[in-house]
Each structure stands twice: as C-alpha cells, then as structure tokens.
Design a protein around this ligand. Structure first.
Ligand code: GLU
Length: 413
C-alpha cells in the first residue's frame, strides 16, 4: 500500500462514518495540482547532477496551499501527495485559514556541501515559482530542511518577483522575518494536547515513562519540554539507532552525546543500552511519541507496543492496519493531524506577522497557539464521543466537515 493509499483509506473511513457527500469525498481524494521538476545542479567538483523535486497542491478551499518541503532520499510523488492531503486536513482540524500542499526533493542532503544545497534549493524554487506565492502556496520546513534553507527560498523568490516577498515561505530565521516560537511550535503544540489529556485523565508526569522516537526538531524539543514538566524519558533514537534506560535518560546529556558523537545511539551511562529503532518502539513505557518518519507502526509490530498512549509528532507514523490493532488493544492514538499541528499553526502566525510587518513576543505566540490547540482538542474529543470512533477518525471528521463547508460556500463547480 502506498502512503497516499493510506491517506485515501483514512479519508474513506471518516467519510463513511460521517456519511460525507460523495462529491466532496471525490474532491478530497485527488490533489488539485501535481508538479514534478528536474533541477540541474553544478556540484563542487564541476560535474552536473540532476535532482527530481515535487510540489503537490492538494486543496485550497480553506485558504492558500500550505506545507513543508522535505529533502530525503526516499521522497517520491506518492509520499508528497499523502503529505499534502494531510496538510489540508491538519490545517482544518485546527481551524486555520489555509489549505494543504507539500514539496520534496529526492536527495540525501547530508551528502551535499552547503553550496550545493543552496544551489539545489534555489534551482527548485525557480522551477516551482510559477505556482507558489504568499497568497497562493507557502512552503515551510519539513524533514531535513532548516530555517537557513527557508531564507534561501525567500531570497530566491523575492528576486524572481522583483520585490520583497518573504511571506512566500515560513520557518525563516528570526532575523529574516521568522516568528518567535516557530522552532519549538510542533513540540509545543503536542505538549498542549498531551497536557489536556493528562489533566483529564489524572496522569502524573513523575510517574509517566515516555519513549520518543526521533531526536530531530520535533523529537528533541518534545523531550526537552516534557522532561522539564517531570515526565521520565526512558528511550529515544535517531536515524542511526536507539537507546533505552529504565533508570531514565537526561536530555542535556543526550544533546551533548548527539553533538559529540553524532548520534544518541552511542549514549553511555545511566544503565543505558543501545537498541535498534525497531526495538525502541516495543520497549516498556506509558507513552510512545513518534517523531521520526512515516510507517513505523505496522501490522508486524503494533501488537507488541507496550504504551497505552501513542502521540504522533511525525506525519503518518502509524499504518492503517496498525491503527486497527492498537484500537483493539485499547491503545489511544493522538493522530499527527492534531498532535503536530502546532508547527503549521505558528507558520500561519508567521504569515500574519509578515503581512503586517509587526512581530509578536514568544508569550503571545504560545498563548495563541495554546488556545488553538485546546479548542481543536475539545472539538475532536466532541466528535470522538458523538461518532464513537477513534481520535484519528474524529480528527478527520472535524477537518473534513470544515473543508466541505468551504467548498460548498466558495467553489463554483
Ligand atoms: N512540515 C510541517 C508539517 O508537516 C510544517 C508545515 C508548515 O509549517 O507549513 O506540519
């Protein structure tokens, strides 16, 4: 099953439960526009290499297409299509006036020099410039793309249109029109949702063991935030492998290990044992937080998950068959489209600040983010009990209902 087929299956499940108008289901099952580009890049050694990139615009009924750009060797059209559809749904779950899009380039950025990466990025933007813009389609960071890359995008696009158009992209550095709080926003949003759940269920952080798969922007900051609140981290990982300690792992020590040795897999001390990423997912814990890539929980391992609660900070980490197994085991899954929506929410704040040329303080960003996340959480919970379904189904129902209303109100078909 391709990743986009997973997305279609999720849309179908929600559509069936809410008896969605067939026309709307058909529209949501097809991205509005798919662009494929071939980017020539002069490498440092003088040779020329071609890279393939994509931009998929899934739906803009609620507002401009919005979504990150991923640099990864395994990017393909189907993945970008899935991710773009999830962006439509995600923006709608949290009720922000944006649609869904996504981009990607097939590349392992770790193999490129900084100059090569910049030329690749600028070349990609020149090719997709006709279909993006501050009010059309606004890219952002995703896997392996950084604020600096967003700066190159803002600069290249501004040169093409001949005026300052930094609102074409979000996730920029602060000194170049970025928003305070954007770097931590994905994890912050996930934390607000978890805090609501914890308060409603009498969960005591000091007695709650967490495992966080992934030590990138989302995962490492989630660890920082949750351990500061008293949660006990017992396992984490990065692309090279995982580490587990029933005694607990210290965030600062892990960060230092990552900086010095390049991976948390090499962490020593605190009775830590090195394990694989696959082993990490089935270790003993109370909450499993998935903050790496898609398709991590599958029909093959979902049954062995020990956690009672799974939080998806990554996009698409749980396959539909795994979802069913977890539901049967009464493991709650707080889905990506809700749990990681903090990132795009603060991207929207960045768009508002760029348009106004007025910048907000971190407290203002975070309190607005919290209001949006808590409201979305309550709406999704409301639909979960109304339809007696999973959190994922309820989040899709919440989102699809809003997109349906926007299509019916605004589109002439
Ligand atoms: N890449 C992030 C996501 O998947 C952020 C997207 C954005 O800020 O537009 O939600």
């Amino acid at each position: 099953m391709s990743l986009f087929e997973n997305t279609l299956a999720q849309i179908k499940r929600a559509s069936d439960i809410m008896s969605l108008d067939k026309d709307i289901a058909m529209i949501l099952s097809n991205p509005m526009r798919k662009v494929e580009v071939n980017i020539p890049v002069r490498m440092d050694d003088g040779t020329l290499r071609m890279f393939t990139g994509f931009r998929v615009q899934h739906n803009n009924a609620c507002g401009p297409f919005k979504g990150g750009i991923r640099y990864h060797q395994q990017v393909d059209f189907g993945e970008v299509m899935a991710l773009s559809a999830w962006m439509t749904i995600k923006c709608s779950v949290v009720g922000i006036p944006l649609g869904g899009g996504k981009g990607g380039i097939i590349v392992n950025p770790k193999e490129l020099s900084k100059g090569e990466l910049e030329r690749l990025t600028r070349g990609y933007i020149r090719l997709i410039a006709p279909v993006i813009g501050p009010k059309t389609d606004v890219p952002a960071p995703d896997v392996n793309t950084t604020p600096e890359i967003m700066s190159w995008i803002a600069d290249e696009y501004s040169k093409i249109v001949g005026h300052d158009a930094k609102g074409v992209v979000t996730g920029k550095p602060l000194e170049n029109g970025g928003s305070k709080g954007r770097d931590k926003a994905t994890a912050m949003g996930g934390t607000y949702v978890l805090n609501e759940y914890a308060a409603e269920n009498g969960m005591n952080p000091a007695e709650t063991r967490i495992i966080v798969q992934g030590f990138g922007n989302a995962g490492s900051i989630m660890i920082e935030l949750l351990t500061a609140e008293g949660y006990k981290l017992v396992g984490t990982s990065d692309s090279q492998g995982g580490v587990y300690s029933a005694d607990g792992l210290d965030f600062a020590a892990l960060t230092q290990c990552k900086a010095e040795k390049g991976t948390v897999h090499a962490f020593e001390g605190a009775n830590a044992k090195a394990i694989t990423n696959e082993e990490l997912l089935i270790q003993d814990c109370d909450i499993l937080i998935l903050a790496a890539l898609e398709n991590q929980l599958t029909a093959g391992n979902a049954d062995q998950v020990k956690a009672k609660l799974v939080i998806e900070l990554a996009n698409g980490p749980t396959m539909p068959e795994a979802d069913e197994i977890l539901a049967k085991k009464n493991v709650l899954v707080i889905p990506d489209i809700l749990a990681n929506a903090g990132g795009v929410t603060v991207s929207w704040f960045e768009m508002l600040q760029n348009a106004d040329d007025k910048y907000w303080e971190t407290d203002e960003v975070n309190s607005k983010l919290k209001d949006i996340m808590v409201k979305a959480w309550n709406e999704v919970k409301g639909n979960k009990s109304k339809y007696n379904c999973t959190f994922r189904e309820a989040a899709f129902i919440t989102a699809i209902g809003r997109v349906e209303a926007a299509i019916k109100a605004n589109w002439k078909i």
